[in-house]
Design a protein around this ligand. Structure first.
Ligand SMILES: [Zn+2]
Length: 496
């Protein structure tokens, strides 16, 4: 009876968020709880469990899961050391196993480890030896490294952006692991780094240019000699040496077709690099458009996207609207624990004066606000997107003239309306809404809007990649540099 160890380590970070993340920024499951937690969930592990369940001859061993509660800044060296030790202890203490499945992200970096997933895979390989079959799944925002392909035998990666195929990506990894254990396949993997960072609407797989190459990778995956494929676009905010985009293809036996297709994909992607960027509007100009408009406006502040690893405490757009004397109604979220606490202390109905913004990231200047506390909540919520539990800590809604702030103590994802709705604020009831996310399902904000304005505001996850201040990423790298690439270099990884 083959016995499979199942573990997870998933988080993505922005190196430009000054707040270092700790162990408490992760949710942890151990042993049987790994299986119990994921069985009903549409996660990668949930998908793998779903496939393994079709094989009654398989036994599953829950290992260890560490999932970032929301994206954060760089993980502290002590926090990652603890997580890595617990993750690897689960391998050492697993007893006799015949295979491993890991659900990973690919854009996790700690203060002293720039390729955390590669590190976990390498250390796992040292423990279990060269022969143990290992499957791993990744997010397409992962920064693919040689180490991430040297140690696993089979790899799968998301095919959708925004991501909707968590479950299917885990299913695909589990199916490949089963075929490997059954002796059906001889995997060979290739990666082709493309030194270009991309961002914005063209990265939406269903509608953007990027989707074309993902489709080609899917077609390869489904072809007779193909096993897996995808296009890692990396996370421009994770400032690590290997930061780049990567074609990834995995073939059965012979890598010739993968190299031919991958080379073509890499060249086309490079040629289209300037088109796969996010056009941004100057902050002052965007606010003028918003104030002059008649209909509803979505003010996209992707530079402070908590789901990409920003701190969430930007006030930049509202500060500019205040400066321009805006009288239209505005709904805005802000992670500001002291302001939320002040709301709690004062109580519902009280008028208070606080500063909002800049409590975490010094690039934002605190804005003095006098307003009335309208709503208080404990910050527990269930996401309207996926139904998972989020926790924003004590939260206050402060109304100041036309501006309504939802002030949270901790960051949660802001790609849907959950933090607004759970605090009694429907974006549909405001003239403008600040949305701190690069991509949202249109029905949440954009469908009813007269204008969706992508604004060049300051922040740790700005699509204005040039202005972020990369120090570690290997250069040259587009768009920081241009016209330097000499063409694709294929790297081949074959374990047996
Ligand atoms: Zn992602």
């Amino acid at each position: 009876m083959p016995r499979i160890l199942i573990s997870e380590c998933k988080q993505e970070i922005s190196s430009f968020n000054p707040v270092v993340a700790g162990y408490d920024d992760f949710l942890i499951n151990r042993g049987d709880d790994v299986i119990t937690y994921h069985t009903p969930v549409r996660s990668e592990v949930g998908g793998a469990l779903n496939v393994f369940a079709t094989r009654p001859d398989y036994e599953l061993a829950g290992g260890y899961c560490a999932r970032g509660i929301t994206s954060t800044g760089t993980v502290s060296s002590t926090a990652f050391a603890k997580i890595a030790e617990e993750f690897l202890d689960a391998v050492r203490n697993a007893g006799a196993i015949d295979g491993i499945y890991y659900s990973l992200h690919g854009a996790l970096a700690a203060e002293d480890v720039d390729d955390c997933e590669g590190y976990l895979l390498e250390k796992t390989r040292e423990i279990v030896g060269e022969k143990m079959p290992i499957a791993a799944s990744f997010d397409l925002h992962g920064i693919l490294t040689d180490r991430m392909l040297q140690h696993p035998d089979v790899v799968t990666v998301f095919h959708t952006n925004p991501h909707t195929d968590f479950f299917q990506t885990g299913q695909r990894a589990a199916r490949l692991l089963i075929r490997l254990l059954d002796g059906e396949i001889r995997p060979v993997q290739i990666r082709i780094p493309v030194p270009a960072l991309v961002r914005g609407q063209e990265c939406i797989t269903a509608t953007g240019r990027y989707g074309k190459w993902v489709k080609q990778a899917i077609d390869f995956e489904n072809s007779p000699g193909g096993l897996s494929g995808g296009f890692f676009i990396g996370n421009p905010f994770t400032d690590v040496p290997d930061l780049a985009s990567n074609v990834f293809l995995e073939a059965d036996g012979d890598e010739g077709a993968a190299i031919e297709l991958g080379t073509r994909m890499a060249k086309e992607f490079w040629e289209a690099r300037a088109q796969i960027q996010q056009p941004l509007l100057n902050l002052e100009h965007a606010c003028r458009i918003a104030i002059a408009a008649k209909g509803r406006i979505v003010l996209v502040d992707a530079a402070d996207a908590t789901s990409s690893g920003a701190s969430g405490d930007s006030n930049a757009i509202v500060a500019e609207l205040v400066r321009q004397g805006c009288t239209r109604t505005v709904l805005a979220p802000c992670v500001d624990a002291p302001a939320a606490r002040a709301c709690m202390t004062a109580g519902i109905g009280a008028e208070i004066t606080v500063t909002i913004g800049g409590s975490l990231d010094p690039r934002f200047k605190p804005l003095a606000v006098t307003g009335r506390v309208r709503v208080l909540s404990d910050g527990h919520m269930r996401s309207e997107s996926h139904g998972e539990h989020w926790y924003a800590g004590p939260t206050g809604v402060l109304e100041s003239g036309p501006f309504t702030w939802v002030l949270m103590s901790r960051p949660v994802s802001l790609y849907d309306r959950t933090p607004f709705l759970v605090n009694g604020q429907d974006p549909a009831n405001f003239d403008m809404c600040v949305v701190k996310s690069p991509l949202c399902q249109p029905r949440f904000f954009n469908d009813l809007a007269e204008h969706v304005l992508n604004i060049d505001a300051p922040g740790a996850t700005s699509a204005n990649v040039k202005g972020l201040g990369h120090k570690v990423a290997r250069r040259p790298l587009y768009p920081l540099d241009d016209n330097f690439w000499k063409g694709p270099e294929v790297r081949v990884f074959r374990r047996h």
